[in-house]
Design a protein around this ligand. Structure first.
Ligand SMILES: Cc1cc2nc3c(=O)[nH]c(=O)nc-3n(C[C@H](O)[C@H](O)[C@H](O)COP(=O)(O)OP(=O)(O)OC[C@H]3O[C@@H](n4cnc5c(N)ncnc54)[C@H](O)[C@@H]3O)c2cc1C
Length: 450
């Protein structure tokens, strides 16, 4: 990093006047989009000596606010290995609730506590020796972590990466792609030159469009209502997913906290898929009424339920980019593939992108090869395409199959549940997929350094 770059960091962080447009910021790799995927990519590259610039439209302080993103994410075991290898996990471990059981059921049977057709996953079904580099006596399936806690830890780790230039707030306006360099033009007049640019700017990626990569997309006519709730009884690490006619309803265990009087508060995060037409009403009713609506769908197995804080709504859809790479440009995370949250895997796929992309770039960097050459990026695209398409297909089929109440279809899927639950090898395979430990794993996901 040049002294000029360091000056630019200082100016970006202090939000002083930007440097003249004639002084380009030069780096090996520039990442547009400092969401959870972009930040993780930046750390993976910066920590391994690749001069990297991370460009994010929002200020870091805004990204740390509770109102910025109300979601919690299921972080799969494999993703945890990568975050741990990059020194990010230690900053978020305090907020990570292990998932030890998953109970999936169809319709409203669970309310009467008499579901004959359900799938139950128990973490003890996978012995530690069957997982890569566990280092844990008996690893859970994964952890539920508030996105806010993950962001705070990522932002803190970014500050300790010497080769990493964090430009935020800074918004991409335009980009050009030359034979040897890509140029990014920011709205504030600065411009960045890099041998490779990575689009991690989310589902509506501007960089993907500027790079001429087309995509396929459609909506599910479903909205995900998300909020944190408190309940009377402890969740004991169990994640629930109930398939209701309007879509899946998930109750995900979170770490407990303390209320104003200092009493322990049991908490979970809900992801409640609803018909978009009734979502405005559900967002506007008072907490007591909202709690009763949750209980109508989830039952009282955790006692009475009340929301804590703001409710958020996310329109749900599928997006698949036609390509993940072209010369000087790679896509990662939701910019490449955005899926339905039915299986809690969107961010986990993004983490797997980070592992494979960082491995390709760092090894090219060490060999003195061009990180933006298609030959460097093709390996990444090949490694990730099948996994992403498979998960997109599975989540799409599950969403369509379970978001309706058509009698014969319901009988067929309930019988499917019944036999699946009694077939341990199939269940173990599904568990390994959900934990992100199937196939050729990037080194960082095996807990190794690059
Ligand atoms: C309801 C719901 C629940 C979910 N639950 C889970 C779960 O349990 N587990 C899981 O693995 N996944 C889950 N997901 C998916 C997961 O949230 C996403 O896959 C993940 O957040 C994508 O991260 P990203 O960094 O790729 O994109 P984003 O989070 O969209 O980040 C993109 C970033 O780019 C920035 N940006 C955009 N344009 C520009 C520009 N022009 N210039 C500069 N910056 C720009 C934005 O400000 C933003 O910070 C869920 C999704 C939803 C909707």
């Amino acid at each position: 990093m040049t002294p000029q770059d360091r000056e630019n960091i200082h100016q970006a962080n202090s939000r002083a006047e930007p440097p003249a447009a004639s002084a380009p910021i030069r780096c090996d790799v520039a990442i547009v989009g400092g969401g959870m995927v972009g930040m993780t990519t930046a750390i993976a590259l910066g920590a391994h000596g690749v001069r990297t610039a991370l460009i994010e439209a929002e200020a870091p302080a805004a990204q740390e606010q509770a109102g910025y993103d109300g979601r919690s994410s299921a972080i799969a075991y494999g993703s945890q290995r990568l975050l741990n290898a990059l020194g990010v996990w230690e900053g978020m471990a305090h907020a990570a609730q292990p998932i030890t059981d998953i109970r999936v059921s169809d319709g409203a049977w669970h309310i009467r506590d008499a579901a004959p057709f359900f799938v139950h996953y128990d973490y003890r079904m996978l012995p530690p020796g069957s997982l890569p580099d566990s280092g844990m006596a008996q690893p859970p399936f994964g952890w539920i972590v508030e996105n806010r806690a993950t962001r705070i830890s990522l932002l803190a780790r970014i500050k300790t990466c010497p080769g990493l230039l964090h430009l935020a707030p800074a918004e991409l306006a335009d980009a050009t792609f030359g034979d040897t360099l890509a140029r990014l033009f920011l709205k504030d007049g600065r411009h960045v030159e890099a041998r490779l640019v990575i689009a991690a700017d989310g589902r509506n990626s501007l960089l993907r469009r500027l790079g001429g990569i087309k995509h396929t997309t459609f909506g599910y006519r479903q909205t995900g209502i998300v909020c944190t709730v408190t309940h009377e009884k402890p969740h004991r690490g169990v994640a629930h997913e109930h398939f209701l006619p309007t879509g899946p309803f998930a109750m995900l265990p979170m770490t407990s906290d303390r209320d104003a009087a200092g009493n322990e508060r049991h908490r979970s995060s809900i992801v409640w898929t609803e018909d978009p037409r009734i979502v405005p009403l559900l967002l506007s009713i008072d907490d007591a009424a909202f709690g009763r609506e949750i209980e109508r769908r989830f039952g009282l197995s955790l006692g009475h339920v009340r929301p804590l804080g703001k409710r958020f709504a996310y329109p749900l859809g599928l997006l698949l980019a036609d390509a993940y790479a072209r010369p000087r440009l790679a896509l990662a995370g939701d910019a490449a593939h955005a899926i339905h949250p039915i299986a809690g895997q969107g961010f986990n796929l993004g983490i797997r992108d980070v592992g494979a992309l960082a491995e390709a770039i760092v090894s090219a960097h060490r060999l003195g090869l061009d990180p933006g050459a298609l030959s460097t990026l093709e390996d990444y695209a090949r490694r990730r395409r099948f996994d992403n398409l498979l998960l997109a297909g599975v989540t799409d089929v599950l969403t369509r199959l379970f978001s309706n109440d058509f009698g014969p279809l319901r009988l067929a899927r309930d019988l499917g549940f019944y036999f699946f639950n009694r077939t341990p090898p199939l269940k173990r395979l599904a568990m390994r997929h959900a934990m992100g430990v199937v196939g050729s794993l990037p080194k960082l996901m095996r807990g190794q350094s690059l």
